[in-house]
Design a protein around this ligand. Structure first.
Ligand code: UT7
Length: 333
């Protein structure tokens, strides 16, 4: 019997309309367009401005695009996995809220907290559900409303992050395409360099936690940067080596969009020219779990069945990893 792999059979994405430009940020904190562009590669990011809207509201249009394009009844979805660090609420999971909003009444689901690796870790989980043979349609979502946890008086973090959502549908395949390998890592000793201090069981919300701004992202950028450059490049090179993939064999690198300099270092290490690297950090900034599926969404019309694609990310936790995908379809133009 042919081996069952998990194939990505559809992609959806969504970014909110409102653009927060570098020029806008110049009026909020002591920064400038030139510094932001040269140090990060970012020109603008999208922000979900509407009151009363949350990560699930970003995810809904991304998933609806998949349902529409695949002519898929939401009742056919078996499972929804949402990678996010900005869930609508601490509990229940955003996956539950999303399932209800899209009418996926037969699905179960849960959230994965893996920061910038939220999509990769969720994808690996979904892949194994499909390969088990038990589940036929799994939605994997990467979504973050980072503006909910960004301190817009902190110039070292507010220039980086944006809001967005991307989603993929996983289905079983027997044609040897799909997700073929993964290398995923965590190192909890990195917690101190990138985290949110309060709101969890360690330091529940109080007046003190609010006044001392402990509900925002805390990042020691330089240290994270060093680990990210090494971590993302290492796993990307390793996944190529152990699968005998040369740089000619790789059609695309889909890197987490945290900093243009980290993306360049990873592509160099893999021996890839820039035209094989998906880059939208200039327009969306770092949308945490959404960066990788947002790239797949924007580039899907250029992807061909059989393309070897490497997804790679590094983020808080620390978490990092790379996934090898052999693309499963060519979009009809
Ligand atoms: O996605 C999750 C994982 N996160 C990452 O991968 C992020 C990794 N880190 C980074 O991308 C970079 O470290 C940052 C973009 C956050 C910062 O860039 P950097 O080149 O590491 O800058 P730095 O923190 O070393 O700061 C250099 C200088 C400092 O001034 P002095 O001390 O040299 O006078 C900062 O105060 O730049 C100053 N600076 C700024 N200047 C203008 C810091 N932020 C800004 C700013 N505008 N927004």
């Amino acid at each position: 019997m042919a081996k069952i792999t998990a194939a990505i059979t559809a992609v959806g994405g969504y970014v909110p309309e409102y653009k927060l430009t570098n020029k806008d940020l110049e009026t909020i904190v002591d920064t400038n367009d030139e510094w932001i562009k040269t140090r990060t590669g970012i020109s603008e990011r999208r922000i979900l401005k509407e009151a009363g809207k949350a990560s699930s509201d970003l995810a809904v249009p991304a998933v609806q695009e998949i349902l529409r394009n695949k002519n898929l009844d939401p009742l056919e979805i078996d499972c929804i996995i949402v990678g996010t660090v900005t869930p609508d609420m601490v509990f229940p999971a955003t996956a539950n809220i999303l399932a209800n909003k899209i009418g996926a009444k037969n699905a179960w689901g849960f959230d994965v907290s893996a920061a910038c690796c939220g999509f990769l870790f969720s994808l690996e989980t979904g892949v194994n559900f499909i390969q088990s043979g038990k589940y036929k349609k799994v939605l994997v979502v990467g979504v973050d409303k980072m503006s909910a946890i960004v301190d817009y008086t902190d110039r070292t973090t507010c220039i980086i992050f944006g809001d967005g959502a991307g989603a993929v549908l996983l289905e079983p395949s027997t044609d040897e395409t799909g997700i073929l390998d993964s290398i995923l890592k965590t190192d909890g000793s990195g917690v101190e360099f990138l985290h949110m201090k309060a709101g969890g069981s360690l330091e529940p919300a109080s007046i003190e936690t609010v006044t001392s701004k402990k509900h925002f992202i805390y990042q020691e950028g330089k240290t994270v940067f060093k680990h990210a450059v090494a971590g993302m490049a290492d796993v990307s090179a390793e996944i190529m080596e152990r699968n005998n993939l040369s740089s000619e064999d790789v059609a695309w690198l889909v890197p987490h969009q945290a900093n243009m300099r980290i993306i360049d270092a990873t592509a160099n290490r893999m021996g890839l020219s820039k035209d094989k690297v998906m880059i939208n950090i200039n327009r969306y900034g770092n949308t945490t779990a959404a960066t990788i599926p947002l790239c797949l969404w924007e580039w899907q019309n250029q992807l061909k069945k059989g393309d070897n694609i490497i997804l790679a990310a590094f983020g808080g936790g620390f978490t990092w990893g790379a996934i090898w995908v052999k693309w499963s379809y060519t979009t009809k133009k």
